[in-house]
Design a protein around this ligand. Structure first.
Ligand code: GUN
Length: 290
C-alpha cells in the first residue's frame, strides 16, 4: 500500500508557484492578488479563509479579505462582487460558501466575472470544463486529478466510482475522470443509489466525497484499488487540542491494508485543494490564457 502524500506534493507545487511569482515580481510584472469574501463566522469557513490568506503570503501573492456580518443583504453582497469585478488590481476572488439562507448562492456566483472566478463555480467555467475547454477548474477536483497524475495511478479503461454528487466535488470530479486525459469509466453514486457496497467493491478507483465519516469499509473495497478520501468531518476527540479532529469518509485503518494507493485525512486531498486555488490565481493574472 502506498500512502498518497498530499502535503508533500502540495509543498512542491507551492514552491513552483513561489518561484514563478518571484520571477514575475523581479521583472516588475503583476504580483497575483486574491481576494476572499467571508460572510458570518462559521467555524469551518473561518478556518478555510484563514488558510487561503496564509497560503497567499507563503507564495508571495497579495491577498485581501472582505468580511460581512451574516445579516448582510444580498444586494450589498452583490454590490461587493461588482466592485471586485471592476477592481483591476484584484486578479481573482472567491466568495466563501455556504452563504446565509436569505442570500442566493447561485445569484452571487453568477455575478462573478468568470475571468476572476478562481473557484471555478461560475456556470461559464463549469460549461467550459464540461466541454473540455480551458477553464478555472474547481479546487478539490483539480487537486484530486493532480494527485492521481503525480502518483501515476492508472485510470484509462479503469472503473471509477465517485461517492457524492455535489457541485463542488462529486459532479465535477466525475466529469474530469471521464474525459480524454483520464479515460476512466465513471459511475456517480449518491444517497439513492442501490447496492452501493457491491458497486464500490467493483471499482478500481473510489473517490469518496459524501461527508459521511467512515462510510467506506473494508468489505466495500477491491484488493489493489486506489482510494481518494475527500471527507473532512469534524468529530469529537477529547485528546485533540481543539477537542475535535478531522475524519474522512473512509475507514482508513481497515481499508488501507487492502488497497494499492490511499489518501490520508488530514494530509491527502486537503492540501491539494488549497494549492489549486493558488494555481488558478496565478492563471488569472494571464487572463488571455483562458
Ligand atoms: N466552501 C467549501 N469549499 C469551498 C470552496 O472551495 N470555495 C468556496 N468559495 N467556498 C467553499
Amino acid at each position: 500500500m502506498l500512502l498518497i502524500d498530499g502535503k508533500k506534493i502540495a509543498a512542491e507545487i507551492k514552491a513552483e508557484i513561489a518561484a514563478q511569482t518571484a520571477a514575475i515580481a523581479a521583472k516588475g510584472g503583476k504580483v497575483p492578488h486574491l481576494a476572499a469574501v467571508l460572510v458570518g463566522h462559521d467555524g469551518g469557513s473561518e478556518t478555510y479563509v484563514a488558510h487561503k490568506i496564509k497560503d497567499c503570503a507563503e507564495v508571495g501573492f497579495r491577498s485581501s479579505l472582505v468580511r460581512f456580518d451574516d445579516d448582510v443583504s444580498e444586494e450589498r453582497l452583490l454590490a461587493e462582487v461588482a466592485r471586485l469585478n471592476d477592481d483591476s488590481d484584484v486578479d481573482g476572488f472567491i466568495v466563501q460558501l455556504p452563504l446565509p439562507e436569505h442570500i442566493s448562492e447561485q445569484k452571487v456566483i453568477a455575478a462573478i466575472n468568470p475571468r476572476k472566478d478562481v473557484d471555478g463555480f461560475h456556470p461559464e467555467n463549469i460549461g467550459r470544463m464540461v466541454a473540455g475547454l480551458p477553464a478555472f477548474l474547481p479546487a478539490t477536483p483539480y487537486g484530486i486529478t493532480e494527485l492521481i497524475r503525480r502518483y501515476r495511478i492508472p485510470t484509462a479503461g479503469r472503473s471509477c466510482v465517485v461517492l457524492g454528487r455535489s457541485n463542488i466535488v462529486g459532479r465535477p470530479v466525475s466529469i474530469l475522470m471521464s474525459q480524454k486525459e483520464m479515460n476512466a469509466t465513471v459511475t456517480v453514486a449518491h444517497s439513492r443509489t442501490k447496492d452501493i457496497e457491491q458497486l464500490c467493491k467493483s471499482a478500481d478507483i473510489i473517490i469518496a466525497a459524501l461527508g459521511h465519516p467512515g462510510f467506506v469499509r473494508a468489505n466495500m473495497v477491491k484488493d489493489g484499488a486506489a482510494i481518494i478520501d475527500v471527507g473532512t468531518t469534524r468529530v469529537a476527540d477529547p485528546a485533540a487540542k481543539n477537542g475535535w479532529r478531522l475524519k474522512g469518509d473512509v475507514d482508513f485503518d481497515a481499508v488501507a491494508p487492502k488497497c494499492a494507493w490511499i489518501t490520508p485525512v488530514p494530509g491527502g486531498v486537503g492540501p491539494m485543494t488549497r494549492v489549486a486555488l493558488l494555481k488558478n490565481t496565478l492563471l488569472a493574472v494571464s487572463k488571455n490564457e483562458i
